[in-house]
Design a binder for this molecule. Structure first.
Ligand SMILES: [Zn+2]
Length: 107
């Protein structure tokens, strides 16, 4: 017999595509002092879809992320963020696929 544990589903809006999704399918970027940190659970933050490089592009373009975090982000920092988001996203996605077989939906 299979027992389904009741999990609280938390939904956030992606700053890239503006779609609301479960946070397990997203990655958090937050403000720490005057820097931006990927995967930071505290502070003013923004969420971006984990499995979509397009959302990262959209979030970093047009100052959406800096608007969401209410801070200026330099172009150099944005480029660095893009790299870490890509790496973090891949790592987290892989980890989740291994440990937790949650249907994120097909995109
Ligand atoms: Zn998105």
């Amino acid at each position: 017999m299979s027992v389904t544990r009741h999990r609280r589903v938390v939904v956030r809006m992606c700053v890239g595509c503006r779609t609301r999704r479960e946070t397990s399918a997203m990655i958090r970027v937050a403000r720490r002092g005057c820097d931006v940190v990927v995967g930071e659970p505290t502070g003013r933050g923004a969420w971006i879809c984990l499995d979509s490089p397009r959302c990262v592009e959209e979030a970093l373009r047009g100052g959406r992320l800096s608007k969401a975090l209410r801070m200026p982000i330099s172009p150099a920092r944005l480029a660095g963020l893009k790299d870490s988001l890509r790496l973090q996203g891949q790592a987290q996605y892989r980890k989740q696929k291994d440990s937790d077989d949650v249907g994120v939906g097909s995109i």
